[in-house]
Design a protein around this ligand. Structure first.
Ligand code: ZN
Length: 245
């Protein structure tokens, strides 16, 4: 099976479509949440995903947009964009998002969590010590997370030592060998990358080869920015897409 791992699409349909066109044949999509918020095409992104064989999570922005998390928790710019995203949602999109969990065990090997297996809605899993705590919070070999918009990977060796694998660049391949060798992997963000590379980030899980490969996909950033400006979304959210911040 070839599974596309996506996260933090953030209503950026142009980026999502570029990834789906560029990622090659696949059997399934696993989406780690924050499908909407920030960007200009929330319904279209939900429709695109729900038309695929997808296993999806909800993220903090999704929950804010559908009214299950207080918008006041976010900074004013994110809050304004989330309010706008929520107002655009049709009943089908709202229902689809509302039914998603923020964490799920896909099979005995793999757990998906938006933020972390400790706090799936809110934790930004970025550091070695957070990874150490998170490895104790899921069973199985693999936990896939999003939320930070940064591609990264931690491994827990069979002797218990934990290592951050870096740098994670375009084309980086992790081979999942010994089941006792465990991993926490973040594919990065499709719709709002924050590692100073504006290209959409994602990963491919090839279960036959037993690999997870990180990938980047260039897309028409200006097209998304134009849609955001036309919708009256905050300029800073459009501008940051050019810089991958
Ligand atoms: Zn996000």
């Amino acid at each position: 099976m070839r599974i596309v791992i996506l996260s933090d699409i953030h209503s950026n349909l142009v980026a999502l479509d570029a990834v789906l066109a560029g990622c090659g044949e696949h059997d399934a999509i696993w989406c780690l949440g924050d499908t909407i918020g920030y960007g200009p095409q929330p319904n279209e992104c939900v429709e695109r995903l729900s038309g695929h064989h997808v296993v999806a999570l909800s993220g903090n922005h999704d929950l804010a947009c559908i009214g299950r998390v207080d918008l006041a928790i976010f900074n004013p710019v994110a809050s304004a964009a989330n309010r706008w995203n929520g107002q655009q949602l049709n009943a089908a999109s709202r229902q689809w998002l509302d039914a998603l969990p923020s964490q799920r065990v896909v099979d005995e090997r793999t757990t998906l969590a938006h933020g972390s297996p400790i706090d799936p809605v809110w934790e930004y899993l970025l550091t070695w010590s957070q990874a150490r705590r998170s490895f104790a919070a899921f069973t199985g070999q693999l936990c896939l997370v999003g939320h930070s918009h940064l591609p990264l990977a931690f491994t827990r060796h069979p002797d218990g030592t934990i290592e951050q694998l870096s740098p994670i660049s375009d084309g980086h391949v992790i081979t999942l060998g010994d089941p006792q060798q465990r991993y926490i992997i973040n594919p990065g963000s499709v719709g709002q990358p924050r590692d100073r590379d504006p290209r959409a980030a994602y990963a491919i899980f090839d279960t036959g080869r037993n690999t997870i490969s990180f990938a980047r996909q260039a897309y028409d950033v200006a097209a998304t920015q134009q849609q955001m400006r036309a919708a009256g979304l905050p300029e800073i959210l459009a501008a940051r897409l050019s810089h991958g911040i």
